[in-house]
Write a protein that binds this ligand. Structure first.
Ligand code: GNR
Ligand code: NI
Length: 174
């Protein structure tokens, strides 16, 4: 297992559409395991492969609270096949938009289809915060960040701050 570096915005790789995997083979399994370790270490409740610079449709999530038994979910080619009309709002953060948070409204319940770690097709109903998290991760596979769901004014403020931070970091390196 290995920790992978997490990319932060602005970065063109976070805006691209990731490619489907042909199958969950040893390489994809290793990616999933490394992503899970990276997510726990961050710490975060989800992680999408583009956030570690890999443009494949692979996501991991675990919304169990500390003290509860872990509930890791490892998914390749995840798809939303049904979604509730009802939407719920949660405050979202993103490891690729560090230290910024905003309320986002998403489907309260979704049915997803994906390939699991054993390359088996699975369907699962998810709801509540896990449903929000899975929608946030699938968005990453399509180059969409949570700030794309909020007002342009707020998005502009967050992106300007992150751009400034990156410029400062580059200067500090020089
Ligand atoms: O750690 C994370 N927390 C979070 C909170 C609310 C909604 C979504 C998330 S996912 C985020 C980790 C991340 O950036 N995943 O892509
Ligand atoms: Ni994110």
């Amino acid at each position: 297992m290995a920790l992978l570096p997490i990319i932060t915005a602005p970065d063109p790789r976070l805006k691209l559409v990731a490619s489907r995997v042909d199958a969950v083979d040893d390489g994809v399994r290793r990616l999933m395991d490394d992503m899970l370790e990276t997510m726990y270490e961050a710490p975060g409740v989800g992680l999408a492969a583009p956030q570690v610079g890999v443009l494949k449709r692979v996501i991991v999530a675990d919304v169990a609270r500390s003290g509860e038994a872990p509930q890791p979910m490892l998914m390749a080619n995840p798809e939303i096949i049904e979604a509730s009309q009802e939407r719920v709002m949660f405050e979202e953060g993103c490891l690729s938009l560090p230290e910024h948070f905003a309320d986002v409204k998403r489907h309260e319940r979704i049915r997803i289809r994906y390939l699991d770690r054993e390359n088996e097709i699975r369907e699962q109903d998810v709801e509540g915060f896990l449903a929000t998290c899975v929608q946030h991760e699938i968005d990453h596979l399509d180059g969409v960040l949570f700030v794309d769901h909020i007002s342009g004014l707020k998005r502009g403020m967050i992106m300007r701050k992150l751009t400034k931070l990156k410029k400062q970091d580059v200067k500090a390196d020089a």
